[in-house]
Design a binder for this molecule. Structure first.
Ligand SMILES: *[C@@H]1O[C@H](CO)[C@@H](O)[C@H](O)[C@H]1NC(C)=O
Length: 156
C-alpha cells in the first residue's frame, strides 16, 4: 500500500514536470537578442512580418532600441540569413541606409536616444532551410567600416 502510494506520487510528479516543459516545437518565432560576439556589441529589438520570414518573399523588419553609441549619418543596415551566426549568408544580404529614410528623424542618432525604423521590403532568399539564423547589423562606414550594433534570432 505504501509502495503504491509512493509510486503514484512519483507518477504525478513526473507528469507535472512533463507539463512544465514548454511546447517549443509549435512556436517558430524570431526572438532577437545579442549576437554571440566578444567583445559584446550593443543590441536592439526587432520584430518581423511574416514571422518567421518566408524564403522568396518580402519581409518587414521593425527595428527599435536605444543607441548605445552615436549612429553616424552614413550608418547602414545589413540583414542576412545564414545557417548559423557568422556563417556565409544565403544569397546577397539586404543592405541599405539606416539614416535618410523618409518619415524618420535624420541621423546622427545620439547615444542614449531611442530609435525606431521600419524596413518594409527586405527580400528573404529563396530556398532557405527550415532552421536558420537571421542577423541584423547596424554598421558605420565613415572612417573604418565597423559594426556598431547587432541582433540575431535563430529559427528552428
Ligand atoms: C515597431 O516597433 C515599435 C516598438 O516596439 C512599436 O512602437 C511600433 O508600433 C512598431 N511599428 C509597427 C509599424 O509595427
Amino acid at each position: 500500500m505504501t509502495r503504491n502510494l509512493f509510486f503514484l506520487l512519483f507518477l504525478l510528479a513526473a507528469i507535472s514536470v512533463i507539463n512544465a516543459i514548454p511546447h517549443k516545437l509549435n512556436r517558430r518565432t524570431s526572438v532577437f537578442g545579442q549576437c554571440p560576439l566578444s567583445p559584446a556589441l550593443p543590441t536592439f529589438d526587432a520584430t518581423i512580418v511574416p514571422d518567421p520570414v518566408v524564403g522568396g518573399q518580402l519581409a518587414t523588419y521593425n527595428i527599435s532600441g536605444t543607441a548605445q553609441t552615436d549612429f553616424p549619418d552614413d550608418a547602414e543596415i545589413i540583414i542576412l540569413i545564414s545557417d548559423a551566426f557568422g556563417q556565409a549568408p544565403y544569397d546577397s544580404p539586404f543592405g541599405g541606409d539606416f539614416c535618410n529614410i523618409p518619415g524618420n528623424p535624420p541621423c546622427p542618432i545620439k547615444a542614449g536616444t531611442s530609435f525606431n525604423r521600419l524596413f518594409s521590403s527586405v527580400q528573404t532568399p529563396d530556398g532557405i532551410p527550415s532552421t536558420f539564423t537571421d542577423t541584423i547589423l547596424i554598421m558605420q562606414a565613415d572612417t573604418t567600416t565597423s559594426t556598431i550594433a547587432c541582433a540575431v534570432a535563430t529559427v528552428a
